[in-house]
Design a protein around this ligand. Structure first.
Ligand SMILES: [Fe+2]
Length: 154
């Protein structure tokens, strides 16, 4: 699987394939359905490729999901959560893995839960709680990130 910037938009997507914007519930809880991430190679046709080739490193990134979490009054979190079953956790091409960012995806074979989520058959579940730190100086966080998002889509 690749980012749309690498291969263009997948069929059925007008923009921002495999991305989403979500709000937590009033209690701060969140959940979403997604495809289970897979390992992928970074492009090697530019300067990154020269560095990787020059240092004898491969171009693979371990499977992950990116997160940008913000709320007024709290420090923004920008991070990645890595699949514990990736074969590239110890050799990420961009050195992004920390043990605290690795989560297991547990296979769930529960027809009632699958139906509750709107599909059939077994699925994988990855659980992670983010904890935000207070920072009273953060104001209008949504406006800041909405502006950045609109700038990157033009
Ligand atoms: Fe990524």
């Amino acid at each position: 699987m690749f980012y749309e910037a690498q291969v263009g938009q997948p069929k059925g997507y007008e923009d921002y394939a495999y991305r989403g914007k979500f709000k937590t519930g009033a209690d701060g809880r969140y959940w979403f359905l997604s495809r289970k991430p897979v390992d992928y190679p970074v492009p090697t046709d530019g300067p990154v490729g020269l560095i990787l080739n020059g240092t004898g490193r491969h171009s693979w990134r371990p499977a992950h999901l990116h997160y940008l979490i913000y709320k007024d009054g709290y420090q923004t979190i920008q991070t990645e959560m890595f699949n514990s079953d990736s074969q590239y956790l110890d050799s990420d091409a961009v050195f992004g893995v920390k043990e605290s960012l690795v989560i297991p995806y547990v296979k769930v074979d529960d027809a009632a839960r699958a139906k509750e989520y709107g599909f059939e058959g077994p699925f994988y579940e990855g659980l992670f709680d983010f904890v935000m730190k207070d920072d009273a100086s953060v104001k209008d966080a949504e406006a800041v990130y909405s502006e950045r998002a609109s700038m990157s889509s033009s």
